[in-house]
Design a protein around this ligand. Sequence first.
Ligand code: NAD
Length: 307
Amino acid sequence: AQVMPEQTFQGIHGLGRENSPSPSFKRLEGKVAIVTGGAKGIGEATVRLFARHGAKVVIADIEDTPGTVLANSLSPSVTYVHCDVSSEEDIENLINSTISRYGQLDILFNNAGVLGNQSKRKSIVDLDTDEFDRVMRVNVRGVALGMKHAARAMIPRGGGCIISTASVAGVMGGLGPHAYTASKHAIVGLTKNSACELGRYGIRVNCISPFGVATTMLVNAWRSTSYEEDGGGDGDDECMSFGAPCEQEVEKMEEFVRGLATLKGPTLRARDIAEAALYLASDESKYVSGHNLVVDGGVTISRNCVG
Ligand code: NAD
């Protein structure tokens, strides 16, 4: 497993870090949740928030070191399970081990995803089919497998909640590589189809479409794109170490996103996406199903976003 710097374990530069006291009203008390891609970024922020709201949480990820350290820091209500979401065997093991440990499954957050080849300018005529398949396996097959096996566990209980992380690249074109855009549109489609079907069992299915949270995934993409624009280069070694973004890069990214948002003032953080997931996971959204909750500060309603 990859060795990560200490700061990453606590949330990258405050990303997803949760310092405030437990809320007086715990919105997920008695619930059991799985968060895929929960070791870092948006997933990590969601694990922390769900646990703070009283849920038992299972982190499912392929990055064992940060996943285990995060789980240990929030033990005993949080545990870690190694799971590659594109493997049906791993997904079945994840659901079975969650149920054998905590007795039930109420919430699945299908959040794991990969961006793939980071140059959004790469033309369709140069499509790398192996890369296309790799992104589809994680982002689409992974989400579909999560839905399949969570639904199997939830149907006999007469209810549950499935949330997936799509993207603003799942509602419009021109924002990411072809495979990523296609995969995120597919997640919105899977959400709508599964919501139609599973509603009769009391299972709600929704997705969230974030824009521009300065996580490892996005900062790495930003870094490689800027190097391409600069004509290549090794970059700042300190910033590159262990693949985690440095503070400077995070700030640059956040400033860029603030510039595109029509909503002026706040900075979008992983915690904001976790709050959207909390809403969709809790009873406050009991009549919401088949919905794609866009969390983008109004970027996609503005012509700025494709500029
Ligand atoms: P991140 O790289 O910080 O976290 C992604 C996590 O997913 C990592 O812990 C990684 O190990 C895990 N993962 C990757 N492949 C996996 C696999 N096969 N099985 C299990 N786990 C796997 O990135 P993030 O930004 O937090 O991304 C989380 C989700 O949010 C992704 O689906 C991403 O596409 C989506 N998203 C992010 C943004 C953004 O601005 N950061 C915007 C839109 C959508």
